[in-house]
Design a protein around this ligand. Structure first.
Ligand code: 4NP
Length: 154
């Protein structure tokens, strides 16, 4: 059975990409396809390596019935382009940074909002600056559903 390997990427790997990681894993489990997908996340900066996710992200996951347990922040690695089938960024700056680190392939690496044009968003705003973790959850949840559909898992 084919397993799709997904890496979500943001700047700090404590707010947006951990939320996307935990939401996608949860949605796949809820849909009965948890074994068909492997999900991880990483940050371009490495600023929070070894740390837990932001309390705002953990709280938003809990609010939606998802356990935030077991997270450790890590940094994107050049080998990720070989290790993952899909590398999904939160904003244009993440894409620019990724282009400097991995062998870039636009079919493999794109923005989460590319999957949800109906949202009217072209990037996932950073709640580190906006404080709006509900907005992050709405976009991440819609984007994860769209990804499961793209992969033929819904
Ligand atoms: P994230 O948010 O990229 O969604 O994890 C940020 C987290 C930390 C910082 C910036 C953005 N920071 O400047 O430390």
């Amino acid at each position: 059975m084919k397993t799709d390997k997904v890496l979500f990427v943001c700047l700090g790997n404590i707010c947006r990409s951990p939320m996307a990681e935990y939401v996608l894993r949860h949605q796949a489990q809820q849909a009965g396809v948890g074994a068909r997908i492997e999900v991880a996340s990483a940050g371009t900066s490495g600023w929070h390596n070894g740390k837990d996710m932001h309390p705002g992200t953990a709280g938003m996951l809990r609010k939606h019935g998802i356990s935030p347990a077991g997270f450790t922040s890590s940094q994107v690695h050049p080998s990720d382009a070989e290790s993952y089938d899909w590398i999904i960024a939160m904003d244009d700056s993440n894409l620019d940074d990724l282009k400097r680190v991995i062998r870039f392939n636009a079919e493999q690496t794109f923005k989460l909002t590319d999957l949800i044009p109906e949202s009217g968003y072209f990037q996932v705003p950073d709640p580190w600056y906006t404080g709006d973790f509900d907005e992050t959850y709405r976009l991440v949840s819609a984007g994860s559903q769209a990804l499961l559909r793209k992969l033929g898992l819904l």
